[in-house]
Ligand binder design. Structure first.
Ligand code: IMP
Ligand code: MG
Length: 429
């Protein structure tokens, strides 16, 4: 089956917050459909349009482009109340959503009890993950445990009631085991969520079929990931990961198209590294630099407001991301955040505790916590890049830094972002 249209995946290559929201917003201009393939309201995609700031948690960033269709694939766990809160806010801010938003009938519902379970599990865990508390883990557990509730179930009230009743009983038992209790709000929260069922059903469709048809008809599609490669359930720094596959292959399973329909995979890397939540960050800055870059880059969680830990660019991770995702190109973001630094470092390898040096991203997360990064030092450019729009106009040292990132990662740069605004982007042709 050959498609006439073009299908691109946008995937995060670090620990999330690489600036995917902005890149999707820029790329959305030239596509017809944008679809999310995994995650839920744990994501926080910040997009600036003119003077306005939008933080999107579930609806793809493409929604800010008039007329584009946006879909949530089957791989997403859909928090109905959060979804409609976001939907209604967009409408209130003047975005016309009529006929533009669709959700997969196969997507799993994230219900209010999942949040309770998430918080109770974190509170009692020996190894804390530092989750966003949005119920993501428990919702995917229910999916894998074959006891989840899907969008399609909303069409059959009797079956829905049975599945929810069974779920509620299990939740109460589980909460008790975790030493927590269902709070008094759960009942009203559940009623509120389920009351939105018909409204959600009205948006339900077969996303895989719709995307396939669009591609056959010659339309262009963007598949948007959430979080990042190092948070992937299989390939990330397990157990300090999210509960879904964030990497590019999941774009196929998470929307319902085949892998052969994907034409390109754009990996988004921030010009430095950040991480929010628990787990190792091998390239972490020393205290002073950490505070400086966090302030310069506004590195606070879009979903939880937590300060993000910051570090140097890690090419061991980006090379791994290039392999796992099959990257065809790179979007390097937030280069301007480094404008004032006199000197920059890039991690090129890890020295393990036994003294050996590796360029492979270790599977053993605990060994990752004890690696000593091997650095390469590059000169800074110490001038503003925010108004640069052409690659050749970048300071020579900024070009040198980018070239080294590209060389070490092994994927060509396609975009360089130098600010939060839509126009602050350098296309690399
Ligand atoms: P969960 O996805 O809420 O279960 O959280 C698991 C881990 O992923 C935690 O370390 C979170 O901080 C991290 N995480 C989840 N979503 C995001 C995101 O969108 N950006 C960055 N980190 C995230
Ligand atoms: Mg984010």
């Amino acid at each position: 089956m050959s498609d006439k249209g073009h299908c691109t995946v946008v995937v995060g290559c670090q620990w999330g917050d690489e600036g995917k929201g902005k890149i999707v917003d820029v790329l959305a201009e030239s596509v017809d459909i944008v679809a999310r393939y995994q995650g839920g309201a744990n994501a926080g995609h910040t997009v600036h349009v003119g003077e306005d700031e939008f933080i999107l948690h579930q609806i793809p960033s493409g929604i800010l482009h008039e007329g584009k269709r946006c879909m949530l694939g089957n791989g997403v766990v859909l928090d109905i109340r959060q979804f409609f809160a976001e939907y209604d806010e967009l409408v209130a801010r003047g975005i016309d959503l009529d006929g533009r938003v669709a959700v997969s009938k196969r997507a799993h519902l994230l219900l209010p009890y999942h949040r309770l379970l998430d918080k109770a599990a974190e509170a009692s865990a020996v190894t804390k993950i530092g989750t966003t508390g949005r119920g993501i883990g428990p919702a995917y557990e229910d999916k894998a445990g074959r006891r989840g509730v899907r969008v399609a179930d909303l069409g059959n009230p009797e079956r829905l009631a049975k599945r929810i009743e069974a779920a509620q009983e299990r939740v109460c038992r589980r909460l008790e085991q975790l030493g927590a209790q269902a709070n008094g709000d759960l009942e009203t929260d559940m009623e509120e969520a389920l009351a939105l069922g018909d409204r959600l059903l009205a948006l339900a469709t077969d996303v895989g079929r719709d995307i396939s048809q669009a591609l056959r008809a010659g339309q262009s599609v963007l598949l948007e990931g959430a979080q990042g490669t190092a948070l992937d359930l299989d390939h990330g720094t397990y157990p300090f990961v999210t509960s879904s596959n964030t990497t590019a292959a999941a774009a196929a399973t998470g929307t319902g198209i085949g892998p052969t329909s994907i034409d390109a995979v754009v990996g988004v890397v921030k010009a430095y590294t950040t991480r929010v939540g628990e787990g190792p960050l091998p390239s972490a800055f020393e205290l002073e630099m950490d505070e400086r870059v966090r302030a310069l880059g506004g590195e606070f969680g879009a979903t939880t407001g937590r300060p993000r830990r910051c570090g140097w660019f890690d090419s061991v991770l980006s090379r791994f991301a290039a392999q796992v995702n099959g990257l065809t190109g790179l979007a390097v973001t937030k280069l301007d955040v480094l404008d004032t630094l006199p000197e920059l470092r890039i991690v090129t390898a890890y020295r393990m505790q036994d003294g050996s040096v590796t360029r492979d991203f270790p599977a053993d997360t605990w060994s990752l916590a004890h690696v000593e990064p091997v650095f390469e030092t590059l000169p800074g450019w110490e001038e503003s890049t925010q108004d640069v729009r052409r690659l050749e106009d970048l300071p020579a040292n900024a070009r040198g830094y980018l070239d080294r990132i590209v060389e070490l990662t092994g994927a060509p740069a396609q975009w360089v972002s130098v600010g939060t605004k839509r126009r602050q982007i350098i296309p690399v042709v």
